[in-house]
Design a protein. Sequence first.
Length: 465
Amino acid sequence: GDFPIETDTIVIGAGPGGYVAAIRAAQLGQKVTIVERNTVGGVCLNVGCIPSKALIAAGHRYETAKHSADFGIMAENVTVDFSKVQQWKASVVKKLTGGVEGLLKGNKVEIAYGEAYFVDGNSLRVIGESSSQTYNFKNAIIATGSRPIELPAFKYSKRVLNSTGALALDEIPEKVVVIGGGVIGLELGGAYANFGTQVTVIEGADDILLGFEKQMTALVKRNMKNKGVEFYTKASAKGVEETENGVVVTFEVNGEEKKVEADYLFVMVGRRPNTDEMGLEQIGVKMSDRGIIDIDKQCRTNISNIYAIGDIVPGPQLAHKASYEAKIAAEAIAGHASEIDYLGIPAVVFSEPELASVGYTEKQAKEDGIDIVAAKFPFAANGRALSLDSTDGFMKLITRKEDGIVIGAQIAGASASDMISELSLAIEAGMTAEDIAMTIHAHPTLGEITMETAEVAVGHPIHIL
Ligand code: FAD
């Protein structure tokens, strides 16, 4: 056998959970090894957040280039070279993953390429392509992420694709069917709709984007319908038949069976945790029957020197949640008192318009019996939104009635993804609506919408009646 390598903290998985944990642990003086079986950056940088946003941005450019006549811009014969779009997407991914690798090395984190398998509570094996190596560790942080769920009736193939396949198409399809009206389905469906693909969305629930308010999702639905996207809600997908150059998808809606032809079927029905086949049961790590690992407020599993973060623990499967937990876990190992508090974690949909939410919604606050003020302000009353021709949308601010403290916010509108951070900060810092109303926001900016919504909350808005 080989000689085991001794390390303080071993991190398994180099996604936005794992690589952040490794860097933070190294900053705190630990000898750190990170194990990755694939590419540094995880799902997020390689086949998730980043490439999807690159594709969405390209589709958006194409779409707006064609529709800028209101600005006096006449662009005729705008065309897409999709292989160049893909090249550009790949170049963004490469820059970022290369950057992360450089950061790990710069922080003296050892990168061990291979598949991690736990031997016991203090050692694991990294099985590489041609060799394997044992590592002894004092603490471990599991950050192995998730993979697309595969439905038995919809096995992945050349024409039945998960998000990874959908991101990698080499030409713009004429028609796609998307099973799943969640964030990933609508983001990728929306991107292809902008490139001119005819998109059909099949969703089992009674609305798309469950978890976001209907007032918000209605804007997205209207925008997508205007681009020819068809929605079937309360619909159930039954099966798929592959033809020579496409698919026929069968689904049921209102007790009626329908068939629709397409070039591809995208199956985007959720993701399952990568917690199987790595020895976790043998060493006794406690998890749910769905494979989600139980953790305490410091991301510690039931085994006191083993931590878990990101898509494999309870809560929303989001990159920034993984990175947040990463910092908590690394600090907990270093003996700090850091604890997780999820109230300030934003959720964003990169749709048109963008949707973003943080903290309480009006409904959740009422369910929890909190006495609130819900203030609303439309994008249409903001000068910057007008000059951008982005007047679709609104902001809603949820404050506690007794003291005006901000406990939540929802935004539907251009740049909602960027604007939500100010409200995360407000929640994190325990600010009141008055604090935001009296913060000077540059003019003319979309950020003024935040100030104005806060003015509505305290009862004296300037720019609406
Ligand atoms: P991952 O990023 O999944 O990384 C886990 C890593 O562990 C992988 O690199 C994997 O190879 C490695 N690994 C697993 N098992 C082993 C093993 N046994 N040994 C060694 N290595 C192993 N989130 C957002 O916040 N914003 C977005 O805009 C967004 N867009 C998305 C778009 C798409 C199409 C998809 C699919 C996801 C998107 N997400 C987005 C979700 C986001 O990608 C995940 O929440 C995030 O990547 C989770 O990070 P993680 O570190 O937990 O795991």
